[in-house]
Design a binder for this molecule. Structure first.
Ligand code: HAM
Length: 436
């Protein structure tokens, strides 16, 4: 049997509803916050992601799917959305169209990671990127958008963890302090951290292996190295969050796994024990030099991305079912060849009128066809045998009330339409009654 590649999964028909519902909640929130959709290629020239030999992030050094295409071009499947969006922003000169671009994207990303619950090799992200402003208030807006999504999904127990890694000057001062401090513990650092000590000492703080060691807790904190403007940026973000009543925790050791960040960095964490290390459902930060590092103009940016699989898992744990099961308005049960043809004609009339319908094409018995009607959550079942057909009649059953009637075969469409309209009008009355 040919099977799917490790770390990938199929979204089966029953599961697709939850995905489309999540996507529609996301699109609505992006409209509320005025972020416009952008779609960039799933593969890019490797230079988009492998920009700098000094990059120590796991994602760039160990996890990308890199290959040569048939013309020997070095290609990478996108491991994240930000760099591709920035490439498109520069290449299409979006900054010339408007000084502020607020963009969002949905799509598959690829990382060669060890698969486990909530961690896949092909996964989906929803991300936003606000390009053009260095204002700390837009950092707060991005976080607010993230918390709106959490609320929209009905998720509770989500923590916003935030930190500032300051501007370049602050980070240089902090890096020096880190090198001096961690050099004393070279024997205790893991292999990755020894490389980081040379290339990017800040990232030692992000180490999953060394994080719990005694000397780690006493390491210098970046907040003590922020210069005045970095401190003021961070304070303005926090104040804006306070004003918007967004609860957060300052996490001194939060530096994030990607090398392009400056100033604000944050993560949204769910408190679900079953998630283990995969409890970060969304994360982001400011990246003031990424556009210029990618040979674009000097334009700052800030953004975040959510793992959509993790959002769906979190919704499932919170018992928030996303998306009702699909249903049919009418399922036609035909008994006999002539009845089948007549059902097809009536079903076509219903379908042209916009009703969701289906029928059996397997010439099965009554019981099997009733079962399929049930599995399809049919609101009405029409049953037609050769006897009824002779009189141009059809039996129609309301599956909710169990009421059954015999009507003219030509009346199926108006009959169902009337019943559906009456039902929705009635639901509207009840809603009104409750409100009053
Ligand atoms: P990231 O933290 O690498 O940031 O990924 C963002 C989110 O994607 C994670 O919080 C997680 O929910 C999800 N995720 C990451 N890897 C996997 C995986 N292997 N399987 C399932 N879900 C995963 C970024 O990607 C940045 N581009 C975010 C950003 C946007 N920063 C600024 N703008």
């Amino acid at each position: 049997m040919i099977t799917k590649p490790k770390g990938t999964y199929d979204v089966l028909p029953d599961e697709v509803k939850a995905w489309t519902k999540l996507e529609s909640i996301i699109r609505r929130i992006c409209q509320i916050y005025n972020y416009k959709e952008i779609r960039t290629p799933i593969f890019e020239s490797s230079r988009v992601f492998h920009r700098d030999a000094s990059d120590t992030s796991d994602m760039v050094t160990k996890e990308t799917y890199d290959f040569l295409d048939r013309s020997n071009r070095q290609i990478t499947l996108r491991p994240e959305g930000t760099a591709g969006v920035v490439r498109a922003f520069i290449e299409n000169k979006l900054y010339a169209q408007s000084p502020m671009q607020k963009l969002f994207y949905l799509g598959q990303m690829f990382r060669y990671e060890r698969p486990q619950k909530g961690r896949n090799r092909q996964f989906n992200q929803f991300g936003v990127e606000a390009l053009g402003s260095a204002d700390p208030l837009i950092d707060a807006e991005v976080i607010a958008l993230g918390t709106s999504l959490i609320k929209g999904l009905g998720l509770k127990n989500v923590k916003v963890k935030i930190n500032s890694i300051g501007d370049k000057e602050s980070r240089e001062a902090y890096k020096k302090a880190c090198v001096a401090y961690f050099s004393q513990y070279k024997d205790e650092l893991c292999g990755d951290c020894l490389t980081r000590l040379e290339k990017n000492p800040l990232r030692i703080l992000d180490c999953k292996v060394d994080r719990h060691k005694e000397f780690f807790l006493k390491a210098p904190k970046i907040k003590d190295y922020l210069n005045e403007s970095s401190l003021s940026h961070f304070e303005t973000v926090l104040k804006a969050l306070d004003e918007m009543k967004i609860v957060y925790e300052i996490e001194d050791n939060l530096v994030r796994g990607l090398d392009y960040y400056s100033h604000t960095v944050f993560e949204l964490e769910v408190d679900i024990p079953e998630f283990g290390a995969q409890n970060v459902i969304g994360a982001g930060g400011r990246y003031d030099t990424l556009v210029s590092d990618m040979e674009g103009p000097d334009i700052p940016g800030v953004g975040m991305a959510f793992g959509m699989e993790r959002l769906l898992l979190a919704a499932e744990f919170a018992n928030k079912s996303l998306g009702k099961p699909d249903y049919l308005h009418v399922y036609f049960i035909a008994l006999g060849e002539a009845a089948k043809k007549a059902c097809l004609t009536q079903m076509n009339i219903c379908r042209l009128g916009g009703l969701y319908c289906d029928m059996d094409y397997l010439s099965r018995g009554l019981k099997a066809q009733f079962k399929t009607a049930d599995q399809n959550h049919a609101m009405f079942t029409c049953i037609l045998g050769d006897n009824e057909l002779e009189e141009f009649k059809i039996n129609i059953k309301n599956n909710e009330t169990e009421e059954q009637e015999t009507i003219s075969i030509y009346d199926v469409y108006p009959y169902v339409l009337n019943k559906i309209n009456a039902k929705s009008a009635c639901a509207g009355c009840k809603e009104k009654e409750v409100k009053e």
